[in-house]
Design a protein around this ligand. Structure first.
Ligand code: FPP
Length: 271
């Protein structure tokens, strides 16, 4: 069997959606579905503190954090969210000790290999945002393989932000548009927020409705600066390795009570 055929066979056997429209966790039973977020973005913070509190090396916190990634990804797919975006590695994280950076890169590589069946089984489409430069070739190879193998999935999009920085993404988009304008294929007067959004890494993705940050800090840390303009922010003291499904449901419940006006006076007519 050829490579493409083998992959499509694998997809056929595994690509049965686990998203169940009847699945509603008890704590969301009183929330109408249209008040659930469609796209949740997460800043997964506190791995280091989790490890430190137990007298373990920081990398142990990242290892446990990867287990949380699997649990939460599967739960979001089961809830049939449109997208989950996870901040895995920022453009500033290169400043960490070499051993920690190397460990994280290897963790991503192994995670992709290990979790590919989970991704396919849950009908998840995998994508990434962030600059490819600097990421080891063997990690990029697994990223590309996962993108390719999950391209036919029709369920939730799992987007991993790796070597990602919001300002860098905006500057890259501006450079791309400027180059098009210089070539004469784009009229500068035609640049508006829609054309700009199409030049970002997140082109074609919906903006996040809800941004969850673990480990207590109240900041964006250069994550999705453009895309979070109207996102609701929910911060928990819980450290990422301890974050579980009930924490996610609590965030979704809280989100459902927010009045989203998008700058207007009245909430959405659907409410
Ligand atoms: C922040 O914790 C977390 C990161 C810099 C990386 C996030 C990585 C994971 C959750 C591991 C696995 C991810 C995948 C996708 C397999 P921190 O080290 O800044 O914690 P601290 O603020 O307590 O030091």
């Amino acid at each position: 069997m050829g490579k493409a055929k083998r992959q499509s066979h694998l997809l056929d056997t595994l690509n049965k959606t686990m998203a169940d429209p009847a699945y509603i966790p008890e704590s969301l039973a009183d929330v109408p579905r249209h008040r659930w977020p469609r796209h949740i973005a997460m800043i997964m913070d506190g791995n280091g503190r989790w490890a430190q509190a137990r007298g373990l090396p920081r990398i142990e916190g990242h290892r446990r954090g990867a287990e949380t990634v699997r649990l939460i990804t599967e739960e979001c797919a089961r809830l049939a969210l449109a997208q989950l975006t996870l901040f895995a590695f920022s453009s500033e994280n290169w400043r960490r000790p070499r051993e920690e950076v190397d460990f994280l890169m290897e963790l991503y590589r192994l995670h992709l290999i290990q979790e590919r069946p989970t991704i396919l089984k849950n009908n998840i489409r995998f994508r990434t945002i962030g600059r490819r430069e600097g990421i080891p070739a063997e990690v990029l190879a697994e990223v590309d393989r996962t993108i390719e193998m999950s391209a036919g999935s029709t369920g939730m999009t799992l987007c991993l932000a790796v070597n990602y920085g919001g300002r860098q993404e905006i500057a890259d988009a501006a450079r791309r548009l400027a180059a098009e304008a210089a070539r004469g294929s784009l009229d500068p007067a035609a640049i508006n927020d829609e054309t700009f959004a199409r030049a970002l890494d997140t082109a074609g993705m919906p903006d996040p409705d809800l941004l969850i940050r673990t480990a207590g800090e109240m900041r964006l840390s250069n994550f999705l600066l453009w895309q979070t303009s109207y996102a609701e922010i929910w911060v928990t003291e819980t450290l990422w390795p301890d974050f579980r499904e009930p924490n996610l449901w609590a965030a979704m419940h809280d989100f459902s009570k927010r009045e989203r006006r998008f700058g207007a006076l009245k909430p959405d007519a659907a409410d």
